[in-house]
Ligand binder design. Structure first.
Ligand code: VTB
Length: 362
């Protein structure tokens, strides 16, 4: 089927979740971001997270859907709200959705007033999101031009296990640049020292971030963002959320589950301890010793077809501006919402409670 050309045809292609829930999804991340913004820079990351979680949950419960949290704040016994398996929404309508949330991605960033904190979530039809444990995933994220290049050059494929240089060469060719013009975002962690060295030795430039590998992943699909690849191990929930956006935008993520003790080079004893602690739970999710090392791609992480994604800036980052507060709860927020139809919106929303005091401004 040829790709629809007109806006009308694209919008007609949108599934029921995108049609009915995308506008509300925006309000959910906006409200979580505004709540978080009041806690910005106060050094209280848990409290900042808590208020975003509460706000996101309140908004989610207003939505006409049968929602189940698949990627959330943790297990039922450790997270009081938005835990994995929690039912949200009114449950009065027939729209069944699986939900991935990160009410405050980059709690440290928000608590320290640093750039790049966001409120983010995604939805898909029932069964449309990977149901995995909240551990790390080793990731590689690239944009749609790389996917196109791979299709045209089936011998040159991005590979999670290949040397970094192999992947950088493909990205450089796909973007029609030399490797020294490529920028790779990676979390600044001891576990990434070797990878950072490899990137630099291959000639690419490194953008170390203290937290937040989700939005940089999405940025690889946004030309002009200055991010061409994301590497390294970070949260598995972040990987699923990245995959939701990448599936809508035509980019690609490859990821593999890794126990934090393994990724962080802990002792054999600590690794065994974590295995025995987590393996039962992993098995109940269908993850076994045999398949734990499988490489998952965008479709494995997000098998759904009716996908929506929304992210709102809490503190300003390369793509999203942070929340501005005008007094009495009035706020201006900047977001990106994406649907699998291919319709992407950058929105600049202003909430005015006191219309006389805070007249609308440009
Ligand atoms: C990762 C990353 C996130 O926290 O989960 C990281 O994906 C935690 O990693 O974007 P460490 O355990 O090494 O600190 C974030 O940076 C922020 O939530």
């Amino acid at each position: 089927m040829p790709h629809p050309k007109t806006a009308e045809e694209m919008i007609k292609c949108a599934g029921p979740i995108e049609c009915e829930l995308l506008p509300q999804l925006l309000h959910v991340t906006e409200s979580a971001a505004i709540a978080a913004s009041y806690q910005m820079g106060r050094g209280e990351k848990n409290y900042a997270d808590q208020v975003s979680v509460e706000s996101m949950r309140r908004m989610l419960n207003c939505l006409d859907m049968k929602g189940i949290i698949k990627i959330g704040e943790g297990e039922r016994d450790e997270a009081p709200m938005l835990f994995i398996g929690e039912e949200v929404g009114t449950w009065e309508e027939d729209v069944e959705v699986d939900i991935a949330v990160d009410p405050l991605e980059g709690t440290n960033l928000a608590a320290n007033g640093l750039p790049g904190a966001i409120a983010v979530m995604a939805m898909a039809e029932r069964g449309g999101l990977f149901h995995g444990p909240d551990i790390y995933m080793d990731k590689i994220v690239v944009g749609p031009q790389v996917v196109k290049y791979e299709k045209e050059h089936p011998d040159e494929i991005i590979d999670l296990d290949a040397p970094v240089r192999h992947n950088l060469e493909i990205v450089a060719k796909a973007l029609n640049r030399s490797i020294d013009e490529i920028v790779v975002v990676i979390l600044e962690r001891e576990r990434h020292e070797e990878k950072i060295k490899e990137i630099r030795e291959a000639g690419a430039r490194v953008n170390l971030v203290s937290d937040g590998d989700l939005m940089p992943g999405v940025s690889t699909a946004i030309r002009g963002s200055g991010v061409h690849m994301v590497l390294g191990s970070g949260g598995s929930g972040e990987a699923v959320l990245t995959a939701a956006a990448m599936k809508c935008l035509g980019g690609k993520i490859l990821a593999r589950l890794v126990l934090p003790s393994v990724a962080n080079g802990k002792s054999a004893e600590k690794i065994a301890e974590e295995r025995s602690e987590k393996m039962e739970r992993l098995n109940s999710m269908g993850i076994t010793e045999e398949n734990i090392n499988d490489v998952l791609d965008t479709d494995n992480l997000v098998p759904g077809n009716d996908i929506i994604f929304s992210a709102t800036g809490v503190t300003s980052g390369p793509i999203l501006r942070g929340v501005s507060l005008f007094g009495d709860g009035d706020a201006r927020v900047h977001s990106i919402t994406i649907g699998s139809s291919g319709v992407v919106k950058f929105t600049d929303t202003i909430y005015i409670h006191d219309k006389e005091r805070n007249a609308l401004r440009f």
